[in-house]
Design a protein around this ligand. Sequence first.
Ligand SMILES: C[S@@+](CC[C@H](N)C(=O)[O-])C[C@H]1O[C@@H](n2cnc3c(N)ncnc32)[C@H](O)[C@@H]1O
Length: 275
Amino acid sequence: MPEGSVTRRVGPELDLNRPSDARIYDLMLGGKNNFEIDRQFFAELLKLAPEIPQLAAENRRWIAAAIGRMAAAGVRQFIDLGCGLPSDHNLHEAVLAADPSGRTVYVDNDVTAISHGQALLADDRTTFFAAADLLDPAMVLEHPTVVDAIDRDRPVGLVFGLVLHTLPGNDQLRGLLDDYLAPFPTGSFVAITHPMNPNDGSRLASFATSIEDKFREYFPRLRFRTHDELAESLAGLELLDPGLTDLARWWPADQQALNPTGAARLILGALARKR
Ligand SMILES: C[S@@+](CC[C@H](N)C(=O)[O-])C[C@H]1O[C@@H](n2cnc3c(N)ncnc32)[C@H](O)[C@@H]1O
């Protein structure tokens, strides 16, 4: 068994009666690794929010740009927490575009993501896969693949793309970020995208709630956050421009892809440096 393979269960077993968030997200990106239950869920989601595939693509575009900014700040090693299935534009490609020796460790606990990620990366010298539960920082940071690939004396880029809403408590969220950053030096980063619900009685809030409710049919602990809740969790870190803001408004005007009204405002992005 190659290093980093599953030697104990780190996530739910394959269950064809439940959609998986990794496979639903893969469908959003136009992927083919899914089952009937995922396609059914995705079709229902699309009825609620036809813009969802565009949002997933925009999320990926933001992550690639965040990698570029972290690389420009001198970061050469990255951990992608909750990486999902391999797709067309993967994070390690942005890392390698910035520096051909840049390192990436992908982490996921979904059985489909694990088997595809491990198979694809088995012989790779710069990009690795660790099957682990991202809500358990010790399990991730002490994983042999992470220990081998990531140098704790150098800054790291920790990427949490659309995964932190699986952690319901705000204090838990802050604690999780602290646990991940603690072993690494100043100049390390967290890059976060997170679904937002303004919870202010607005049309955007009821739209966000309808999507949240749809996901909660299968993922009951999931929790979209308000801008202020996420901002609180990032207190003490240095936010890079333009700060914590929705992905539609994160870009300079000439790079904006989405209409900054409606669903495009449902994902917040933040790039934050450890002081
Ligand atoms: C919505 S996808 C996002 C994929 C990628 N981060 C991106 O933004 O393009 C969420 C991924 O996080 C993974 N995930 C969710 N909870 C996790 C956990 N506790 N440990 C590891 N991975 C997890 C899921 O399996 C899924 O692949």
